[in-house]
Design a protein around this ligand. Structure first.
Ligand code: AGP
Length: 597
């Protein structure tokens, strides 16, 4: 979603830092961009709807200016046009903002009653106007920030500066990430360290309700009027910068990263028994909370725990969990799954669980992300930077971590037998060996055109194959915009089968040996109604003659099967989007990290 970058320091660097920072944040998804800087005795604001290249066309990269802020906006209040784009200037203050101001109407009314006028539809303009008003009252920026933070409700990461004060950047944070990048004779601010990591590896993380004043040589963070001592963090080497490495897009490249990511992940957790692990013996309940693909990875986790540990796991979308009674206690372990570690709904639930002093564990990719700091135990996904909005290697490493956690859980409870260990070692070796051939095999699908002009595509499966169907369907729709949905195979006949007509594509995933015959019956039901059936099954299964297409995946055993089975669907989605000439890495309307509710 929205991205923030700010800089104070060397005049010849400012514009370059802002534009490079915004480029690094592009992966998050946005629909307009802008910068503000000081030049010729005044604040200048340049902004454009559309992609960053539209903004870059109007910016002079050689411009000298000692202070600047930049923003990529994912529209919430008001459409994605130039007026609503950030930065917003009101009075003498110019600001960029991530988050949502919930009491915008009340604050706006208060300001309008004082005669203030607004030109945009945004909550950000109201925030800046309110801050400007407070500054006129207090004549002191620190007090103005304190007052504003007391009055404003909602989420915000704000970076601003003042026309008469070019020596300071002012920052405020609640429920939306904000970091200070520490340099020498220069300072950075960003919503994500990717924005400044090319320039410095040292940073300070702000916590909620903190605000700061930054000059080029120093930074000061406050809360409730008092100085807060903050630790300088150093970027972890696992968070290396990623590039396309010759692939046509990040999604394609990231699918090809999967074998290495998984090899390293399993080795890391097998060899590193010093990572902090809960006492798995004490729990009588597990709840998994996540959104989107992370939720689908959680569904695989639930199925693994049911089949191998005979342990019931509850799973909920974070957006639902946050509004329901929390049926958990001190013997419950709540597992949060999130690639970014910044997803607003998931973070909200993690805060609630922390307040209730219930044990929590995060499966998360981004080091030092909000989720990783809110939870008691962290299993890092170690997938490296994921830039495509559609997750691929992130999802695969989340599933892999559920296998790792299942093994540790069962070992702790003395239920991990020698035969399970053998299944694990053999399955893992088979799966890792099968990865590269599998990637090559599914690089091309001759029947893609048969999906493209259809009103709907369906994915069906049972148990973990149903979880895979949900992820396969989401992947297809998010990058190709084809209408697709997933159903538990047995559910189709309870209503949805009415949508199946001549040539409707139905993907049946049937890798689970226990339910293979049942799913086969369901695909025969749709075949009888004219569906175009694409069956995904194991290379050890009997050849199924009644279907139109087959996607045969190597049989790597029940523990690891979900990891290999998703690969053809990730590649299929990429291929369909490519055939449709879409922006594969930045699908319309989507954001990589969903930081609003
Ligand atoms: C996946 O391709 C999606 N982009 C989306 O569903 C994503 O998984 C979801 O928004 C959760 O994100 P998170 O893992 O960063 O919390």
């Amino acid at each position: 979603m929205c991205g923030i970058v700010g800089y104070i320091g060397h005049p010849e660097k400012t514009i370059d830092v802002l534009l490079k920072g915004l480029e690094r944040l592009e992966y998050r998804g946005y629909d307009s961009a802008g910068i503000a800087y000081f030049k010729d005795g005044q604040i200048n604001v340049l902004k454009k709807a559309g992609k960053l290249n539209c903004l870059e066309e109007i910016v002079d990269r050689n411009m000298l200016t000692e202070i600047g802020i930049g923003h990529t906006r994912w529209a919430t209040h008001g459409e994605a046009n130039e007026i609503n784009a950030h930065p917003h200037k009101y009075g003498k203050i110019v600001a960029v903002h991530n988050g949502i101001i919930e009491n915008m109407d009340e604050l706006k009314k208060e300001l309008e009653d004082k005669g203030k006028k607004f030109i945009s539809d945004t909550d950000t303009e109201v925030f800046v106007a309110f801050l400007n008003d407070a500054l006129e009252k207090y004549q002191d920026m620190k007090q103005a920030m304190e007052y504003t933070m007391k009055r404003v409700k909602g989420s915000y990461a704000i970076v601003c500066f003042h026309e008469d004060d070019l020596e300071h950047l002012y920052i405020m944070k609640k429920d939306s990430p904000l970091l200070i990048g520490v340099g020498k004779g220069e300072m950075y601010v960003a919503s994500d360290y990717q924005a400044f990591r090319e320039f410095t590896n040292q940073y300070v993380l702000l916590d909620d309700f903190e605000y700061g004043i930054i000059d080029k040589n120093a930074w000061h963070v406050y809360k409730d009027g008092k100085v807060v001592e903050k630790k300088i963090e150093v970027l972890d080497e696992q968070d290396s910068l990623s590039n396309k490495e010759g692939y046509d897009c990040y999604m394609h490249k990231e699918i090809y990263d999967i074998p290495n990511v998984l090899t390293n992940l399993f080795t890391f957790y097998e060899e590193n028994d010093t990572h902090s692990v809960p006492d798995y013996r004490k729990y009588n309940k597990i709840q998994i909370v996540a959104c989107g693909s992370a939720y689908h990875a959680g569904c695989i986790g639930k199925s693994l725990f049911a089949h191998f540990a005979q342990f019931p796991v509850e799973i909920e979308y974070a957006s639902e969990y946050r509004y329901q009674p929390i049926l958990a206690d001190q013997n419950t372990l709540v597992i949060f799954v999130s690639q970014s570690g910044e997803t607003a709904d998931t973070i909200h639930c993690a805060k609630k669980i922390k307040e209730m002093q219930i044990d929590s564990l995060a499966i998360v990719n981004v080091y030092n992300s909000t989720l990783s700091r809110l939870t008691d135990y962290v299993y890092y996904m170690r997938a490296g930077e994921e830039r495509a909005v559609a997750t691929t290697k992130g999802y695969s490493s989340q599933v892999a971590l559920f296998i790792i956690i299942l093994r540790e859980w069962m070992k702790a409870r003395n239920t991990w037998t020698a035969s399970l260990e053998q299944q694990y070692q053999e399955g893992k070796t088979k799966m890792l060996q099968a990865m590269e051939p599998c990637l090559k095999k599914f690089e091309h699908f001759s029947w893609i055109k048969k999906l493209i002009d259809k009103p709907a595509n369906f994915f069906i499966g049972r148990q973990s194959d149903y979880a895979l169907s949900m992820e396969a369907s989401l992947k297809l729709k998010e990058v190709s915009y084809l209408n697709s949905s997933a159903y538990a195979a047995g559910e189709l006949k309870h209503g949805t089968i009415s949508l199946v007509e001549e040539k409707t594509p139905v993907f049946a995933i049937a890798t689970d040996k226990n339910t293979y015959e049942k799913t086969k019956s369901n695909l025969m039901e749709v075949k009888a109604r004219g569906a175009y059936v694409i069956l995904t099954t194991l290379d050890t299964a009997e050849e199924e003659k009644e279907v139109d297409e087959r996607m045969i995946v190597p049989d790597v055993g029940a523990l690891f099967q979900p990891i290999i089975t998703i690969i053809p669907f990730q590649l299929l989605s990429y291929q369909v989007a490519k055939a449709l000439q879409l922006d594969i890495d930045h699908p319309r309307n989507l954001a990589k990290s969903v930081t609003v509710e």
